[in-house]
Design a protein around this ligand. Sequence first.
Ligand code: MRU
Length: 346
Amino acid sequence: MTWRSLFWEDDSLYLLDQTQLPHRAHTLRLRDWTEVVQAIRDLRVRGAPALGAAGAYALALAARSFVQDPATFWPRLREAAAVIRTARPTAVNLSWAVDRALRAAQTASDAHGAAAQVLAEAHRIVEEDERTCRALAEAGARELRDGERILTVCNTGSLATLGVGTALGILRVAWESGKRLHVYACETRPLLQGSRLTAWELQQVGIPFHVVVDAAAGWLMARGLVDRVVVGADRVAANGDVANKVGTYTLAVLARRHDVPFWVAAPLSTVDLDTSSGEAIPVEERAAHEVTHLAGVPVAPEGAPALNFAFDVTPAELVDALVTEAGLVRPPFGPALRSLKGGVRV
Ligand code: MRU
């Protein structure tokens, strides 16, 4: 692996601009926290764990720029935190990481100390995610059988995290341990994270795959071509309901219809015990032009209205296992998630 979704160097946040992949691997250098917020909104950085780290670094850049005026430092920092944490509402890792960095700042005695604490916390979030992804991926990979054909959606690999990835990380670790696999990567309309990003990562690692249109999933299952569905998550509610890229719910319904195991891979940082069920998860709605245009080219009549929910919610009853860094969790999820979140520092 030669790419990283983001890294900190020379007092700046560097982001691999995911809107330009797979055509161009261009790294952006961002020095201002508002630029990071814009990059998050534009999906230049995306995927729940990567959003968390980007949010913490955005707060570090904000803190650094506010230290000159100690009198206004705290109100400005809290205001910036509120803007960053809502830049994308569904992935709970974003608000989780920003709140964590803000709490770290509050342990310092002055503004300079607070800015240093925010940056140190952002670095810790990155290091932890790398370890977490590895543990999660190994736990999932152990359970896969040699020769499985796995369907996935969106992008859940190194681009979406600070490590090997979650759902895609499982596939990668299994492949690198010698298991043969075949992956069906749903293209993931409207922004094509599957065909642009997952296919790109699979090619780099060398795992055999086909890109399929999202609507093909049912037919592939009906023909017996899918042994397991493995997806990521943007937020897992306390009862195990899962918000993930729109289309995930459809895959879960199809998987149940065809007796195909449906797994959700997510670090415990994506589990939100403060959200009791999927009904309370905020689902991001994005601009209509993402649906009516493809790479800037209209694919609908001018002025056609479009609904663009970026995520959907899969009820826990359709999920066969949650794969976390603490191992596989089987239903009923509620008690297991409560005890795992209580026992692991996340
Ligand atoms: O809109 P995106 O590309 O940020 O959506 C990402 C997903 O839905 C991923 O499946 C999820 O964040 C998990 S990433 C490990």
